[in-house]
Ligand binder design. Structure first.
Ligand code: SF4
Length: 485
């Protein structure tokens, strides 16, 4: 079956495609502009007829038709939204689907709530405004609003308080859904010693910049990949560089994303503890053995639980566990069973992601996985939002990604006082984060709220061999940091 998307008389292609994807995800459309007339069984035409000042939407989808025309809105800035809204209404009628986030396609719903509150609205007024504009469901609005209010309490106030991110892009094997740049130890393990050495050099350089511009490091996050995929000695080397070169006297949190159970050993946990990191993640994603196998993880549910218990025994009192809703061969029963088991461990925070299918992930190309039951995944996300607050976990960060099943969200829930500032910062774009390691980006937020992003090289090989060139990027970072003084 073929699909065509026709744009006439306007340039709103990006947003129009985003609305179409809400209802018809993972379908490749033939894109046609103005005069091209395709011959497709399914066609969606959006048109702005400037001569008649009319907006027009014409949909033919699985033999059902929908047509609507309306006078174009006078404000140029409102025309894109108007056409998207007309299209959204048509697709909703034809498919019968009520998207939980309505026609909101952006990835930061919480930011929208915070912006409206910042303009003087009460949280209720902000929710009413967003509901009217984007047709968001009450449950999702409540989730966004609750999250915004908690973030308001936590968010830092000074632009000189920054986050530091350190990337360790290696994993024991690659999960089938993974779209990160992470490399399996088997394919890139020989690069690790040199990578660690360069990473330590970069940490030293960042330390100097932090000192020179009188910045205060509020949060440190060692992520990946799986930072504990390297040896205990290499992990010590990285964390020793942090100790040596970064002033941690103002740091409120220091996280190591231990991640996969098959990499967590007592020796590595002791290194993390000795080097003063106070928060770790033990990420099972699921506690169903068949699902773990299906996604290519080389550990069992039992091992994930044991890794958690070992960390507790060694005195870690701030442990996060990540779960994913919508994994292949998981069911609502499997997901709720996982959630119950995780709750029985009482971790300090639980992050519930919804599976995102990106081209770089193996799963994206898996035919069998193309027709996943979205309603089942919606149930998983809703169940988490219901059960976790009852168990004392508050939603404190929330973001959406493109190509997430059901256009759902990722939510971090935490017990009070165990929220992770870095996780909020990375989504909020209100504070500077300096990044070290491959695929890490530094983003510098200046007093006029301008954001400059400086990307490191993406792959370990490039990072190692172009390290000197990379250092010229540090001059760009320095120029931006100058604006904070
Ligand atoms: S553990 Fe995370 S980073 Fe590593 S392969 Fe799996 S999804 Fe990717």
């Amino acid at each position: 079956m073929n699909y065509a998307l026709i744009f006439k008389g306007h340039e709103f292609e990006y947003e129009i495609q985003a609305v179409v994807k809400i209802f018809i995800p993972r379908v490749r459309f033939q894109l046609c502009r103005d005069t091209e007339i395709p011959e497709a069984e399914n066609q969606i035409l959006t048109e702005y007829d400037k001569n008649k000042n009319l907006m027009h939407v014409d949909i033919l989808l699985h033999d059902k038709k929908y047509t609507v025309s309306a006078p174009a809105c006078a404000e140029k800035s409102g025309q894109e939204f108007q056409l998207c809204q007309m299209l959204y209404t048509g697709l909703q009628k034809l498919t019968g689907y009520q998207p939980p986030w309505g026609m909101l396609t952006g990835i930061r719903p919480v930011r929208k709530v915070l912006d409206l509150i910042g303009q003087g609205m009460t949280p209720d007024q902000a929710c009413t405004e967003l509901k009217q504009k984007y047709l968001i469901s009450d449950k999702k609005l409540k989730l966004a609003c609750d999250t915004a209010l908690i973030q308001k309490e936590i968010l830092p106030h000074s632009l000189k308080e920054i986050g530091l991110y350190i990337s360790v892009p290696f994993c024991p094997t690659r999960c089938s859904y993974c779209s990160f740049v992470s490399h399996s130890i088997e394919s890139a393990g020989n690069l690790i010693p040199e990578y660690v050495q360069k990473l330590c050099e970069e940490i030293k350089i960042l330390g100097k910049l932090i000192e020179q511009y009188h910045l205060s490091v509020q949060s440190v996050y060692i992520g990946g990949g799986t930072p504990t995929a390297v040896s205990a000695g290499q992990l010590r080397q990285i964390m020793q560089a942090v100790q040596n070169y970064i002033d941690l006297s103002h740091a409120q949190e220091y996280t190591v994303e231990a991640g996969r159970a098959d990499t967590i050993t007592e020796e590595k946990l002791l290194v993390i503890k000795e080097m003063k990191a106070d928060r770790i993640s033990v990420n099972p994603q699921t506690l169903q053995d068949n699902v773990l196998k299906e996604i290519g993880r080389c550990h069992t549910a039992r091992q994930a639980v044991e890794a958690f218990l070992l960390a507790r025994k060694l005195g870690f009192d701030n442990i996060n566990m990540d779960l994913i809703a919508g994994l292949p061969s998981d069911t609502f029963a499997g997901f709720s069973d996982t959630l119950e088991k995780v709750l029985s461990l009482s971790p300090d925070s639980i992050t519930v992601h919804t599976l995102t299918l990106k081209r770089a992930g193996k799963l994206y190309h898996d035919e069998q996985y193309q027709n996943t039951e979205i309603s089942e995944i919606e149930k998983m996300a809703e169940y988490s939002a219901e059960v976790l607050p009852k168990a004392g976990y508050r939603p404190y960060y929330l973001y959406r990604q493109k190509n997430t099943l059901g256009n759902l969200e990722n939510v971090g829930y935490a017990k009070s006082g165990k929220e992770n500032i870095y996780n909020i910062l990375i989504m909020d774009d209100r504070q500077t984060i300096l990044g070290a390691g491959c695929a890490a980006s530094s983003k510098i937020i200046t007093p006029d709220q301008n954001l400059t992003r400086v990307m490191n090289y993406k792959f370990p090989y490039e990072y190692i061999h172009r390290f000197e060139e990379l250092m010229t990027k540090k001059q760009q970072i320095a120029q931006e940091l100058e604006k904070l003084t």
